[in-house]
Ligand binder design. Sequence first.
Ligand code: ADP
Ligand code: ZN
Length: 215
Amino acid sequence: MKLILLGAPGAGKGTVAKLLTKLDGSVQISTGDILRGAVRAKTDLGKEAEGYMNRGDLVPDSLIMGIMEHRLQEDDCKGGFLLDGFPRTIPQAEELTQLLTKLGIKLDMVANIDVPRDVIFDRLCTRRTCENPDCQAIYNTKSNPTKVEGICDACGSPAVQRADETEEAIGHRLDTYNEKTAPLASFYEKQGLLETIVGTSSDIVVNAIKKKLGI
Ligand code: ADP
Ligand code: ZN
């Protein structure tokens, strides 16, 4: 499948993407994960992106398009992909349309995961992420706590709050989403690709996507 997952930070795009990859071997492409990897590796890209990310601001479109143009041409994308966290602005979406046309790729659907803001805010404030880049397990201090506080059940590394998951940065990320990313819904609606799914459980969202794709 060739999908875009649209939805606010904390809507569950990453979780849904991971479940969908198990269905048909499509790959998850998360621009957030790629950027965090670059920050950890202290590459030029990482050094440029880090400040924006920690403040909860978007990284400039030109940096993101450079990453995605390269990524979408890698071999593993031939079997399908799930774009998680990209595109995030109208200019990114317009450039993506051009890029996909150039590569001869047609999207199946843009799944817009719609979760109420208060649910999201609460989720993000209580989210904990395993620091180990090869694990990245996600926990929640309320609904899915680690067995030992602050330690990942799966691999024993620290499970921490992300630098951009302070209340202030979260509020800013949600405002940025409403201003810059939410307009993508009507952009894709006009292309006849949009399916909005209201749901706070990732299983419900996955089932709705499967049904719409006929799989
Ligand atoms: P979330 O969806 O939970 O906010 P992500 O992991 O998708 O988190 O992104 C983390 C940060 O990485 C964003 O706040 C932003 O700074 C940057 N980022 C990720 N994807 C993009 C993108 N497509 N365009 C601009 N910035 C991005
Ligand atoms: Zn772990």
